[in-house]
Design a protein around this ligand. Sequence first.
Ligand SMILES: Nc1ncnc2c1ncn2[C@@H]1O[C@H](COP(=O)(O)OP(=O)(O)OP(=O)(O)O)[C@@H](O)[C@H]1O
Length: 240
Amino acid sequence: MTMLQLENMDCGYGAFHAVHDLSLTIEQGEIFALLGPNGAGKSSTIMSIAGHVQLMSGAIRFDGTDISSLSARERVRLGIAVAPEGRRLFPDLTIEENLTVGGYSLSREREAVNREIVFTLFPRLTERLKQPASTLSGGEQQMLAMGRAMMAEPRLLMIDEVSLGLMPKMVDVCYHAINHLKSQGVTILLVEQNTKRALEVADHVCVLESGQSVWQGTAAEAQNAPDLIEAFLGMAKEAS
Ligand SMILES: Nc1ncnc2c1ncn2[C@@H]1O[C@H](COP(=O)(O)OP(=O)(O)OP(=O)(O)O)[C@@H](O)[C@H]1O
């Protein structure tokens, strides 16, 4: 069943169109990877789905309903959460407080349950509960950003730059969490510079370049398309 559908979406900043005429479909329960070089429009796309970047034309359908006119907060309530690039944590708040913010709309009981799930997936966070987010390493910040997004019990979790700047071990922890979430039925849209890693977990892929979709297909098709890798995804080679 389709969960998210972008129809001829343009989004951007002021008069600048960061993304042009993007159409894609994400099925419930899948991992969808958005790939492409720096500045291609990947972050803009997910931030527009979350309601943080201006939609200029087209539609964003979630469960078949156009959500374009909803506020970011209303989209969170529908089950759309984002772990943004640069993590965008509250630097002066502790780990514990950052998680509380993520689960603000839930009952105490649900919040406690979700917190346990986050701690099981990211045990490292439990050792640092009272520590301000600003003091965390890059990997810990990514765990906290994902954890904070998970606190809202998303049905669609969008993760920007999963592995950027992280040590391989941290990347493994994050991907373990992603696989676990998928096993729980959460739909995941990820943005990733590490093409090889993304293709290992993704079901479907969209490659963006200069704000436009230049290729879409299954991850298996992407892996078997050397020309595509050569032309748009040079990093896959470098990472292998
Ligand atoms: N706040 C902003 N104001 C104006 N232009 C922006 C803003 N954020 C991004 N852009 C521009 O939008 C285009 C797409 O950027 P975006 O961050 O979405 O790309 P990306 O594919 O996520 O790349 P990266 O991996 O480098 O973040 C770029 O040309 C960028 O300069």
